[in-house]
Design a protein around this ligand. Structure first.
Ligand code: 3PG
Ligand code: MG
Length: 375
C-alpha cells in the first residue's frame, strides 16, 4: 500500500457506524513557538492550531466529542510547568470552544518511550483516533503510533493534505523540479540531499550549510559556521551529483571589525558569512522563476537581522512570484515567509519541518505506517 493510502475521516465514520456521541482522540501538533514575558506566556504563531481546525470541525459537525492531545517543547518526561499547555488551551478555546486538550504528552516518559501502558491510558474511554499531527509523524512516539493498534483510526485533513502535496511533489513533479535548501547544518539534511538529488532537476544550497560545501571546494571560509566532519561528505556529493548544484557565488558577511561586507566565495581570515550575496540571490531567484515545481527548506542567511535578510527575502519573493507549484518546508523558512508577509502567496506551507524532510527522504513516516496497520 502506498503512503497515500491511509484511512480517511470517512473511513473512520464508516468503521464506527456513526460519529454521533463518540469520543475521538485527535493527535495534533500544537508545538507552537511561545513568547515569554515574566510569567506571561503568549503564542507567537498559531498557524499549527488553525491548521487543525478543519478536522476538529468536521468531527464536531458529526456529533463527535473531540479530545485533542499534543506535545509542546521537549520537557523530557517530567511535568515542567515551562511547557504547560495553558497558553495553547486558551487559544484553542477561542478558535474551537468546547474542545478538550490533554496536558503535554511529553510530561510522561511513556510518550517518547512509546510505552504501551501509556498508549492504553490515552485510548481509555476513546472510540476512535485521528492523527492530524503531521509535524510529529516522523516520531515513533506513543501518541503517534500506539492508538491505531487499539481503536479505529484515520488521518485527519491536515495530515492527508501534507502527504498528498509532499508525496505528489516527490513522486510526480512537474519539471523542472528544483529544491532550494538552507539552514545551519548539512548533517541534518544529508539524507534528504541524497534523496532529492535522485528526483530534482537542480539543487540550490544557501544558509550556513553552504560553507561546508564551499570549504569542500577548497575555499577559505574565514570564521563562518561550518561542520568540519562533513567536508568530505560534501565533497563526495559535489563529485558524484548528476544534477546541477548551485552554490553561492558571493557572500554577505561581517569582517573581523564587525563591518558588513560583500565577498566572493573566498572569505578572508576572521570574516563570517551570514547571507548569500546579491549575485547569488539573483541566481537562486532565477532558478525558482524558471522551475515548474519548487521545494524550499531553510533560510539563506540570518534573516532575523535585516542586514542579512536579502538572500532569504529574494528566495521568498521568487517563491511568491513564480508560476511554479511551490512548497515550503516548515520551521524557519515558513517563519521567514510569514515575516515577509508572503505566506499566502505559495501553494503549500508545510506544518512540519523534520517531518516534511523525512517524508521526502523516505517516502513514508512512522505515523503513516501505523495508520495503515490500523486494526
Ligand atoms: C516540530 O516542531 O518539529 C515537531 O512538533 C516535532 O517536535 P520535536 O522535534 O521536538 O520532536
Ligand atoms: Mg523539530
Amino acid at each position: 500500500m502506498s503512503a497515500d493510502a491511509v484511512p480517511t475521516l470517512e473511513d473512520l465514520e464508516a468503521a464506527l457506524g456513526s460519529l454521533d456521541g463518540r469520543r475521538i482522540l485527535v493527535r495534533t501538533d500544537f508545538n507552537v513557538p511561545l513568547e515569554r514575558d515574566g510569567d506571561t506566556v503568549t503564542i507567537a504563531d498559531d498557524f499549527r492550531i488553525r491548521a487543525a481546525l478543519p478536522t476538529i470541525e468536521w468531527l464536531r459537525e458529526r456529533g463527535a466529542t473531540v479530545v485533542t492531545a499534543s506535545h509542546l517543547g521537549r520537557p523530557k518526561g517530567t511535568a515542567d510547568p515551562k511547557y504547560s499547555m495553558d497558553a495553547v488551551r486558551a487559544r484553542l478555546a477561542e478558535l474551537a470552544p468546547g474542545v478538550e486538550l490533554l496536558e503535554n504528552l511529553r510530561y510522561d516518559p511513556g510518550e517518547e518511550g512509546n510505552d504501551d501502558a501509556f498508549v492504553r491510558t490515552l485510548v481509555q474511554g476513546i472510540d476512535g483516533y485521528v492523527n492530524d499531527a503531521f509535524g510529529a509523524s516522523h516520531r515513533a512516539h506513543a501518541s503517534i503510533v500506539g492508538p491505531p493498534q487499539h481503536v479505529p483510526s484515520a488521518a485527519g485533513r491536515l495530515l492527508q493534505r501534507e502527504v498528498d502535496v509532499l508525496l505528489g511533489m516527490r513522486n510526480r513533479p512537474a519539471r523542472p523540479f528544483v529544491a532550494v535548501l538552507g539552514g545551519a547544518k548539512v548533517s541534518d539534511k544529508l539524507g534528504v540531499i541524497d534523496a532529492l538529488l535522485e528526483t530534482v532537476d537542480a539543487l540550490a544550497i544557501g544558509g550556513a550549510m553552504c560553507f561546508t560545501f564551499l570549504a569542500a571546494q577548497g575555499n577559505p571560509i574565514g570564521a563562518s559556521l561550518f561542520e568540519p566532519d562533513q567536508v568530505e561528505t560534501c565533497a563526495r556529493i559535489l563529485a558524484t551529483a548528476t544534477k546541477p548544484i548551485h552554490l553561492p557565488s558571493d557572500i554577505v558577511g561581517m569582517d573581523a571589525d564587525g563591518n558588513v561586507q560583500t565577498y566572493g566565495t573566498r572569505l578572508p581570515d576572521g570574516a563570517k558569512g551570514l547571507d548569500i550575496g546579491p549575485g547569488s540571490a539573483a541566481e537562486f531567484g532565477d532558478v525558482v522563476m524558471d522551475a515548474r515545481t519548487v521545494f524550499w527548506n531553510g533560510p539563506m542567511g540570518m534573516f532575523e537581522d535585516e542586514r542579512f535578510a536579502s538572500g532569504t527575502r529574494a528566495v521568498a519573493q521568487a517563491m511568491a512570484e513564480t508560476k511554479a507549484f511551490t512548497v515550503v518546508g516548515g520551521g524557519d523558512s515558513a517563519a521567514a515567509l510569514a515575516a515577509f508577509g508572503l505566506d499566502d502567496d505559495v501553494d503549500h506551507v508545510s506544518t512540519g519541518g523534520g517531518a516534511s524532510l523525512e517524508l521526502l527522504e523516505l517516502g513514508d513516516l512512522p505515523g503513516l505506517a501505523a495508520l495503515r496497520g490500523a486494526r
